[in-house]
Design a protein around this ligand. Structure first.
Ligand code: NDP
Length: 245
């Protein structure tokens, strides 16, 4: 695992948005951030899942989170701008954004890639991330140490047979991260990406249905890097794709 010692109150009084916060890695990141003192804004498309994460955080006595139900497949630029404005008016600042939500699409031979799958994956994994990041960057600049964290994959820096649009979308994700990091190099905002590595979630199970999931790292296991990039210990780190395991 990434070598970082999580400390109590690591994220005290930070305001952090997590996309795809209802399930998998995003759910775990939201709960972990809240447990370390952050107020988390839970963005996702399935309201019941977000409500259950909200309940878990409140029941544990962590700072009360906020819920933003939004389907990134259909959301427009204006949705993200309105959300960023609401965050600023409710919380006064935004310190971090974990852009975690994405879809796998279908794993197929290259010549069999469906145009619709390509469009859907690129919409959710690339265009929506761009529109969201455009709205969030000004909000993150209100923080002394704003951190935007994208989510890549091993297929985001090296193409792999059959991974089709998902792989292309993760290459674009790393490119977007590098572009923002370079453009905001002389500001308080840093941009990085995480490659989570094989992690026991629903997405992993749909990509590898036959494997023994018990042998995989859990979302909880990979949290050190997720916390590090939101904490002030990483203020000098930008433009990097780091491996969580
Ligand atoms: P999951 O499929 O378990 O969770 C993805 C989350 O994103 C879900 O909460 C899902 O919502 C949400 N989401 C999907 N589509 C949309 C949408 N259109 N609008 C809003 N929210 C949406 O995936 P993981 O937790 O495994 O993956 C998290 C990230 O890590 C992804 O970016 C993935 O590419 C990356 N990754 C994961 C690896 C792994 O082994 N698990 C390996 C490498 C990278 P809902 O629950 O409502 O469907």
């Amino acid at each position: 695992m990434f070598d970082y010692q999580i400390k109590d109150n690591n994220l005290l009084e930070k305001v952090i948005l997590v996309t795809g916060a209802g399930d998998g890695i995003g759910k775990q990141a939201a709960i972990t951030y809240a447990s370390l003192g952050a107020t988390v804004i839970l963005l996702g498309r399935t309201v019941e899942k977000l409500e259950s994460v909200y309940d878990e955080i409140v029941a544990a006595g962590y700072p009360e989170p906020a819920i933003v139900p939004l389907d990134m497949k259909g959301a427009t630029k204006q949705h993200y701008i309105d959300m960023a404005n609401t965050i600023l008016s409710q919380f006064g600042k935004l310190d971090g954004a974990l852009l975690n939500a994405s879809i796998l699409g279908e794993l197929t031979p290259f010549t069999a890639i469906h145009e619709q799958t390509y469009d859907d994956v690129m919409q959710v994994n690339v265009k929506a991330q761009l529109l969201l990041a455009q709205a969030l960057v000004p909000a993150l600049l209100t923080s002394n140490n704003g951190s935007i964290v994208f989510t890549s994959s091993s297929v985001g820096s090296k193409g792999r047979a059959f991974w089709g649009p998902y792989s292309l979308s993760k290459f674009a994700t790393e490119g977007m991260m590098e572009l923002i990091a370079d453009e905001y190099d002389n500001t308080s905002l840093r941009a990085n990406a995480i490659n989570p590595g094989a992690t026991r979630t629903g997405m992993r199970a749909s990509a590898y249905p036959a494997e023994d999931a018990n042998k995989l790292a859990t979302a909880e296991d990979i949290m050190p890097l997720y916390v590090y990039l939101m904490s002030d210990d990483s203020v000098d780190v930008t433009g990097k794709t780091l491996k969580a395991q």
